[in-house]
Ligand binder design. Structure first.
Ligand code: BDR
Ligand code: CA
Length: 320
């Protein structure tokens, strides 16, 4: 199995992705790092500890950044993920569990140094922890196996502005540092995540199958999330569903054959009207005087996806 550190802001689709990864035989989650985003970083940590405790998994959780690197923070989107990040759960089981004493960035660096070339970072929130880890250890790109991130968009419109996807919008300066760092980097953005619409019905089948508090919790959260997306998009409302977003980063890891890739250099607009836009310039064209030269490393961006096959992989894995 692939060793993974999961950098996350749970978050409904983050929770879905977490349970997918924990259920998948080819993924070995060796740590979780949390960030602000869908909720405060404290709530993200609470949720990561809670969700793992519900399935009796003791995975170290290291708390990360509480705000964007440069720009001012915004109130978390309670109308999308609930004030608690999990669709406003009516009650929680009493569970124990405490966060690792280290910062997320220190945790990532320590793990990467201890197992050079072994660890894949799957990042599905704003990218401040990765930027902070790069500042602690500039050689980090050589110490990690690869980075797969959910964020950004190439051709599909943004979801927080006409051009910006939420994770990149939430910390554009950190994102630009991540896209120019030089690791093997795959971007799983809205070009593919907006193609995979998962119905609440799927999570009802999964909950009925397991009859477990974890899958009931996921069903509750997804139902809240689907209300939001159904209010926004008629084609999503038709099946009362939601976008898979974060889970697609893991499905890319386990089933890359389901995705079509485009290679290029990605930079992020950090200021102005296009703030948070991920701009991909395909192949060999350079504009050295404007920050686009051959020193900007390659990114592979997921452009197309076999959506039905992804839904099947998701359901089959969560039924395990
Ligand atoms: C991304 O933003 C967050 O709200 C989701 O968890 C996902 O990571 C989608 O744009
Ligand atoms: Ca997320």
């Amino acid at each position: 199995p692939r060793k993974v550190i999961y950098d996350t802001d749970p978050g409904v689709d983050d929770a879905m992705a977490l349970y997918f990864a924990l259920a998948h035989a080819n993924i070995d989650m060796v740590g979780i790092t949390t960030t602000f985003g869908n909720v405060s970083v404290q709530q993200a940590t609470t949720n990561a500890l809670y969700l793992t405790a519900l399935v009796n998994r003791k995975i170290p959780v290291a708390e990360g950044v509480a705000t964007p690197w440069v720009k001012p923070g915004e109130a978390p989107p309670a109308f999308i993920h609930g004030a608690d990040g999990l669709g406003n759960l009516p009650a929680r089981q009493p569970v124990g569990g405490k966060a690792d004493g280290r910062s997320a960035a220190q945790f990532i660096v320590d793990m990467a140094r201890a197992q050079p070339g072994e660890i894949t970072l799957v990042a599905v929130g704003p990218l401040g922890n990765l930027a902070a880890a790069l500042m602690l250890e500039p050689e980090l790109p050589k110490l990690l196996r690869e980075v797969i991130l959910m964020g950004g968009t190439v051709l599909e419109p943004g979801n927080v502005s006409p051009v910006a996807e939420a994770n990149i919008w939430n910390d554009p300066h950190a994102a630009d540092k991540v896209f120019t760092a030089g690791w093997k980097l795959t971007m799983v953005g809205l070009d593919v995540t907006h193609r995979v619409i998962v119905p609440v019905e799927m999570f009802r089948r999964i909950a009925q199958h397991h009859k477990h508090v974890a899958t009931d919790t996921l069903l509750h959260a997804v139902n809240f999330y689907a209300d939001f997306y159904s209010g926004l998009y008629p084609h999503v409302a038709k099946i009362h569903g939601c976008f898979g977003h974060d889970v697609l980063a893991f499905i890319y890891l386990t089933n890359p054959e389901l995705f079509t890739l485009e290679h290029g250099r990605v930079r992020v607009a950090t200021e102005g009207l296009a703030q948070g836009q991920t701009m991909l310039r395909r192949r060999e064209v350079n504009y050295p005087q404007h920050g686009w030269d051959t020193t900007v490393p390659d990114t592979q961006a997921c452009m197309q996806v076999d959506a039905d096959a992804c839904s099947t992989v998701l359901e089959q894995t969560l039924l395990r």
